[in-house]
Write a protein that binds this ligand. Structure first.
Ligand SMILES: [Mg+2]
Ligand SMILES: [Zn+2]
Length: 219
């Protein structure tokens, strides 16, 4: 049977709320995101520039950041079952995020999913300021002109069918590589506008059911 690489975004996909926004609103300049987002969506600034600008204002220890995320981010229902199902079927499930390892690892461990593989950037949080630590994403992507998730996705694929699950701007290129896309929020609107196929979802129960159905139909 054909196996899957299930690539899943973190912020706004695994979590109900974007942890980057939570952190900036609580420990950085409140409302800054609203001024940056229009410039990001119009392509005036890159996601990386926007993140740099936002996090330059953040003053918090790693403990404060993690406590905030555990309190307010919220996990989207059905993830644990989806991961368990994927493993039982011999599929791989990997988190691909443009967010921060420190935050993601702590949240996944808290939710009993600490053994998931995570590919992401990182951030050094201190009471004096925050420094973003960018992971090596190789050459600039020819599709988006950024160092997007494509490089990491290519590096992890082992000839499996690629399933991509996401919600935002940082998911566009990954979704473009995938055989099957589950999308919500901005990503769903972008794919609709571009006339590209995807399955919309609100939680991971729906994702698992859709994957299970497509497996049983293929069998
Ligand atoms: Mg996201
Ligand atoms: Zn790209």
């Amino acid at each position: 049977m054909e196996t899957l690489l299930i690539a899943c975004d973190f912020d706004g996909t695994i979590t109900q709320r974007d942890t980057l926004h939570l952190i900036v609103e609580e420990y950085g300049t409140r409302g800054l995101w609203e001024t940056i987002e229009p410039r990001l969506r119009s392509g005036e600034v890159t996601l990386e520039d926007a993140m740099q600008e936002e996090f330059a204002t953040v003053r918090a220890t790693p403990e404060e950041v993690v406590a905030l995320v555990l309190r307010d981010a919220g996990i989207r229902p059905g993830l644990t079952d989806l991961v368990r199902w994927a493993r039982a079927e011999g599929h791989r499930f990997i988190v691909f995020s443009s967010g921060f390892r420190t935050v993601i690892r702590a949240a996944l461990e808290h939710w009993g999913l600490g053994d998931l593989e995570v590919v992401s950037h990182d951030a050094l949080f201190t009471a004096q300021g925050c420094t973003l630590v960018w992971s090596d994403r190789g050459e600039t992507c020819v599709e988006c002109g950024r160092r997007c998730k494509r490089h990491d996705l290519r590096g992890r694929l082992r000839g499996e069918r690629l399933v991509y699950i996401g919600d935002g701007i940082s998911d566009r290129c990954g979704a473009g590589m995938a055989d099957l896309v589950f999308a919500r929020a901005h990503l769903a609107r972008d794919l609709s506008a571009a006339g590209l196929p995807f399955v919309s979802f609100d939680d991971f129960v729906e994702v698992r059911e859709a994957l299970q159905d497509s497996r049983s139909r293929a069998a």
